[in-house]
Write a protein that binds this ligand. Structure first.
Ligand code: 13P
Ligand code: SF4
Length: 350
């Protein structure tokens, strides 16, 4: 990265000292990660944001829904800053509160709402987390989805899972022994989700039709191809991948899990990793004694994660030094209150 920008970021961060705490998601660019006080998956970063009540500014190098969650979990006096406001998440955008409320009203009309526990993946707007909190549900991340679903099925007999169909299906079928037929796909763009009353009444998992376009690019052919090319390769993927990809893989887990799996891997082993490219490249560099490769032949960065770059980070830190506070992410009080119920429920999972 540009040595001038590195020097400016270093100087600004030193000038701010403990007043600033920089969080970096594993999908961030190297040039940004080098300035993170803590790196992590979505779950760890949510915990870490809450663990630094003395830091006046939390600079969140990640995407919008993560910064919103950090704002909800931090003290009212702390300010959470997203270095580029355009760093959203296309998956989170696939579930809009009005659509979710329409679905819920339909479940009410069908008389099944009392059996349903709403569960939302962290990758959702604060509005959606608020809806889930108001309706006695829970937030989950890719590192605790099974625990969240286990808890939910103690509270009710059905789960309404938002917004990532793949995490929901993969967890239910591959980790909890559900049948594929226990899951139905609710399409918000079709009347009644495109489902019959009978389908909704019989389903155990009602999956929202959302997905991650980055992880959606890995296919069963990517897995077949790498197994042919590299005999003995271990295929390690994120649970946001399609069901058939996860089924064909050797291991599945969150970004933090993927990092630990590579740390524990023996020298000389080969790994094809199905997740965002910044992380896979960093893992390849960190493990020169292992063969670490990207699961697919085409590159696949998360374009919104990549919006946070060193120029944006430098600008943010220098603004703070100058006494201005840019790009503050604030969740309104009522939404934050409700969303916090669902987030606290997640943090309290056994
Ligand atoms: P985790 O960091 O929780 O594995 O999530 C990956 C992701 O897609 C975040 O957007
Ligand atoms: Fe959203 Fe996918 Fe990017 Fe994660 S990788 S932030 S789920 S678009």
């Amino acid at each position: 990265s540009d040595p001038d920008l590195v020097a400016r970021a270093t100087a600004a961060k030193a000038a701010l000292g403990d007043r600033v705490f920089v969080l970096g998601h594993h999908y961030q660019r190297d040039e940004v990660i080098q300035f993170a006080d803590v790196t992590g998956d979505s779950f760890k970063l949510a915990q870490q944001a809450a663990a630094r009540p003395d830091a006046e500014f939390i600079v969140f190098c990640g995407v919008h829904f993560m910064a919103e969650s950090a704002d909800i979990l931090t003290q009212p006096s702390q300010r959470v800053i997203l270095p580029d406001l355009a760093a959203g998440c296309s998956m989170a955008d696939m579930a809009v509160l009005g659509q979710v409320e329409t679905a819920w009203e339909h479940f009410q009309d069908l008389g099944i709402v009392d059996q349903i526990v709403p569960v939302t993946y962290m990758n959702s707007s604060a509005d959606i987390k608020g809806f889930v909190g108001r309706n006695s549900g829970v937030v989950c991340t890719s590192s605790n989805a099974k625990r969240a679903l286990d808890w939910s099925f103690e509270q009710g007999s059905k789960v309404f899972f938002l917004p990532d169909q793949h995490l929901g299906r993969n967890t239910a079928v591959l980790e909890m022994g559900f049948e594929l037929d226990d899951c139905v796909l609710y399409d918000p763009h079709k009347p009644n989700g495109g489902l019959t009353d009978e389908q909704l009444i019989n389903a155990r998992m009602i999956l929202w039709r959302g997905h991650c376009s980055v992880h959606g690019r890995f296919t069963i052919d990517s897995v077949r191809e790498v197994r042919e090319r590299v005999p003995g390769v271990n295929v390690l993927v994120h649970p946001e991948c399609r069901h058939e990809v996860v089924r064909a893989a050797d291991q599945v887990g969150s970004t933090e899990y993927i990092i630990r799996a590579l740390d524990a891997a023996p020298a000389g082993s080969a790994w094809a990793v199905g997740t965002e490219l910044n992380l896979v490249r960093r893992l390849a560099l960190a493990h020169p004694d292992k063969q670490v490769m990207f699961l697919d032949r085409t590159v696949c960065y998360c374009s919104t994660m990549n919006r946070i770059d060193l120029p944006h980070l430098v600008w943010t830190l220098e603004e703070l030094v100058a006494g201005r506070v840019p790009n503050v992410i604030t969740v309104d009080e009522k939404t934050a209150h409700d969303a916090r119920i669902a987030l606290d429920q997640m943090l309290a999972l056994p």
